[in-house]
Design a protein around this ligand. Structure first.
Ligand code: ADP
Length: 502
């Protein structure tokens, strides 16, 4: 269902922010890009210009890495106690919470997601992540280890480990959850005492720039967090290839993830963590409560317009219930109110960009011409903006592109199955392994299937449940390492073993 493109204007605070001269944050200062170039930022609901930001490239990355290195090696940051680092993170969380409405509006205008969703999910999750990581700052501990050393039988030793920050971290984030991805990345880096150069997505730079202002307001020393707006092929590539960056943490496509690994291996073999694509199976077992599972399956794919790396894009339903479930999800899809994110009635906004709209529509055309049938949707919609209809595709075959590849849009393929072994093989038949879900009343069976899923997250009778304390990341080509939870801290620290002969 298409709503009018009319939407209430943003608040005065948000408008004042949009009109600022958006520069790079390097060494605590707002500076223009060395090239002087700018990037246009558009509202994807209208295609209209809403702001211009600096176009940082290699020269700016070099400056930012120098600042981050200086802040890591000397000055105030390494002298702060863990407790003081924790307090700064907590203060940042408070400031973000105080500015929740403004940040949610910025996110909605820049990314297209409903303002209400940004206010209920993206911003509070970011606040919570910073608080969770604030707590960890004082709990990053080594061990004392009794050692044996067989070739020195008479010697006595005292051995222990230190957990030290990995150093200067380059972080590259995507456009689907711009603020939240910045929080996932910055939280563990700052809790462990690293310094950061954050390269935000060119499509959605604004909420991270507002976050940068709050980071300065919170009192983080200059150079601890540097924020670069710029394109991936230039600024992002320069960061991944930089010889003085100790670690690169990336979230985005598997294709670019492979380029990041290549850049690291051809430069200084920096540590790499990757959170990449997905093609997540969402399984409805014959005994599932369909009153929950049908809306659950709709939420699994249509949340954030399907622009989620963990979207439940492959729906598996037992043959006996297939028609009822597929039709049920399609009915819900038809009722989704599509419009500008700033319209309070909107349930689904536009794709983030024209490129993304074209990409999703390309997949729709390919699926339909390969013989799939759309129970609903199947094309773009709306007069302005980059909207795509929520779509349920059936009559697919395993080799189709729409089954094999990540679409990253509001498109689910529904497939029937007959027996559980075949189901598990089909569900795991993907180069990806980010998430999976199972709907069943038989919790024991739910546990069994969860164990068999080759995925970093499995939901049972729910979908899209995230928490700062739960590790998130992928098996197979969905990534390396985990974000959130205390596991993330391991990936921002080096362990040093120290042995003293007594
Ligand atoms: P998408 O195709 O969905 O935009 P990408 O993986 O291209 O996803 O983008 C995710 C992030 O990676 C963005 O910040 C983008 O600028 C950055 N990026 C894109 N290409 C490169 C690259 N070659 N090297 C480093 N970063 C890149």
């Amino acid at each position: 269902m298409i709503l009018t493109s009319e939407a209430p204007a943003a608040s005065g605070k948000t408008q004042a922010f949009l009109q600022q001269d958006h520069q790079l944050l390097i060494d605590g200062q707002n500076v223009a890009a060395v090239s002087g170039k700018k990037i246009d930022v558009v509202d994807p609901a209208t295609g209209q210009l809403i702001a211009r930001v600096a176009e940082g490239d290699k020269a700016d990355i070099d400056k930012a890495v120098t600042a981050a290195r200086r802040a890591f090696e000397g000055g105030a940051w390494p002298k702060l106690t863990p407790s003081e680092r924790g307090k700064l993170l907590w203060r940042l969380a408070d400031l973000l919470e105080e500015n929740l409405d403004e940040v949610a509006e910025i996110e909605s205008l820049d990314n297209g997601k409903p303002r209400a969703v940004a206010a209920a999910a993206d911003v509070p999750l970011a606040v919570d992540l910073f608080r969770y990581m604030a707590g960890w700052a004082t709990k990053i501990e080594g061990n004392t280890i009794p050692i044996s050393v067989p070739y020195m039988p008479d010697a006595e030793f005292h051995s222990y480990t230190l957990r030290e920050p990995v150093g200067v971290v380059g972080q590259i984030i995507p456009w689907n959850f711009p603020l939240l991805m910045a929080a996932w990345k910055l939280g563990p880096a700052l809790a462990t005492g690293c310094t950061v150069v954050l390269k935000v997505a060119e499509e959605t730079p604004l909420s991270a720039l507002r976050l940068g202002q709050l980071i300065q307001e919170a009192g983080f020393p200059n150079g601890v967090v540097n924020i670069i707006t710029g394109y991936g092929e230039t600024a992002g590539a320069a960061l991944a290839a930089h010889g003085d960056v100790d670690k690169c943490a990336f979230t985005g496509s598997t294709e670019v993830g492979k380029l990041i690994v290549k850049a690291a291996s051809e430069s200084n073999l920096k540590k790499i963590t990757l959170e990449l694509g997905g093609k997540s199976p969402n399984i409805i077992l014959p005994d599932a409560d369909l009153e929950l599972a049908i809306p659950g399956a709709a939420n699994a794919i249509f949340f954030n317009h399907g622009q989620c790396c963990c979207a439940g894009s492959r729906l598996f339903v037992h043959r006996d219930q297939f028609e009822k479930v597929a039709e049920g999800v399609a009915e819900l899809a038809k009722q989704i109110k599509i419009g500008a994110g700033m319209n309070p009635e909107t349930e689904m906004g536009p794709m983030v960009s024209q490129i993304q709209q074209d990409r999703v529509c390309g997949y729709l055309e390919s699926g339909l011409s390969d013989g799939a049938t759309a129970l609903c949707g199947g094309q773009k919609t709306g007069e302005n903006g980059y909207f795509v209809e929520p779509t349920v595709l059936v009559n697919t075959r395993p080799e189709m592109k729409i089954i094999q590849e990540e679409i990253f849009g509001p498109v689910v393929t529904a497939v029937s199955y007959d027996d559980t072994d075949q189901l598990i093989a089909s569900a795991n038949d993907s180069p990806y392994g980010l998430a999976a879900a199972v709907w069943t009343r038989d919790i024991s069976l739910g546990h069994k299937i969860a164990k068999k899923m080759r995925a970093g997250t499995v939901w049972v009778n729910c979908y899209n449940v995230f928490d700062a304390s739960l590790p998130f990341g992928g098996y197979k080509q969905s990534g390396w390492g985990r974000e959130m939870g205390h596991e993330a801290l391991n990936l921002y620290t080096e362990t040093k073993a120290i042995t003293i002969q007594l």
